[in-house]
Design a protein around this ligand. Structure first.
Ligand code: 2AM
Ligand code: CA
Ligand code: CA
Ligand code: CA
Length: 262
């Protein structure tokens, strides 16, 4: 696709971080890891990747603000634009040698995400979107699936870990959903979960207790691929509520009613 200058800057930063992450992933057993809380780990790889992205983006656009998972937020000289970055989404997979994790970079303008990049370096899959211009995987245009039958559809979610999250609520969701679908998948990277719905590899996705950097890029990619994205309650912006439900237009109504139990 013919991306904007900003999108090209984002892609370059994601590729640079990807090279660093792939190198660390090859020697993952030597990585220093610390815990930020139960089941929530951060490694030297997360921090190195964030520094690479931050340096690249701040140098290219010195006036923009910054929010990243592993470093302090910066209010930009231009208060209308900021980067929202997760340098490594899926750290738990990464640390277990599972090749399913991604770099997520979004650009917000006046409270709206206008460009998004989710890069899976292990598979060399670059998912990108720009508001109003569509979504792409490498050179191919992305489109959500056209399935309409719940029983043929696959849904993606995240499950509580390390004692965090609402286990009873999750089990109730699954109890209603599982019998009427082709299955539920739990891959461990919210950014890729969204990118996969955009690519039609999943028909819907829902999760609670997310941070803006997990989903900012991915939700634009889903929308630009023709999917619906809402907060779980249907009110407010998922970037603020920290929960979301999305899906292709053919199943979204039935799927969201099932999860919302209405
Ligand atoms: P992270 O890898 O950037 O921390 C939502 O599932 C998000 O929760 C994931 O994208 C992941 O982002 C984060 N998370 C943190 N610890 C996790 C764990 N132990 N298992 C799964 N997800 C975890
Ligand atoms: Ca983390
Ligand atoms: Ca994350
Ligand atoms: Ca992360």
């Amino acid at each position: 696709m013919q991306g904007s200058a900003n999108l090209n800057v984002m892609i370059k930063a994601a590729r640079a971080a990807g090279r660093s992450l792939v190198k660390d992933f090859r020697e993952v057993e030597n990585l220093q890891v610390s815990s930020k809380g139960a089941g929530d780990f951060v490694s030297r790889a997360d921090i190195a990747a964030e520094k690479i992205i931050r340096d690249e983006l701040m140098q290219a656009r010195p006036n923009y603000g910054w929010v990243g998972e592993e470093s302090d937020a910066v209010e930009g000289k231009d208060p209308t634009r900021r980067w929202i970055v997760d340098p490594l989404d899926g750290t738990t997979n990464f640390l277990h040698g599972l090749p399913h994790w991604a770099v997520s970079i979004a650009l917000e303008h006046k409270g709206e995400i206008v460009s998004g990049v989710v890069f899976d370096p292990a598979k060399d899959e670059m998912f990108v979107a720009e508001k109003g211009a569509g979504a792409w995987l490498n050179e191919s245009r992305l489109r959500v699936s056209d399935r309409t039958k719940m029983i043929e559809s696959i849904f993606i979610t995240g499950l509580p870990f390390g004692g965090r999250g609402d286990l009873p609520e999750t089990l109730k969701d699954l109890g209603r959903l599982l019998p009427m679908t082709a299955g539920v998948r739990r891959w461990g990277s919210a950014a890729l979960d969204l990118a996969y719905v955009a690519a039609g590899r999943g028909d819907g996705y829902w999760e609670r207790r997310l941070n803006a950097w997990d989903i900012a890029a991915g939700l634009l990619i889903v929308r630009e691929a023709g999917g619906f994205v809402e907060s779980l309650s249907g009110e407010g912006d998922p970037l603020e509520t920290g929960d979301l439900i999305c899906g292709n237009p053919g199943v979204f109504d039935k799927f969201s009613k099932t999860i919302r139990n209405v």
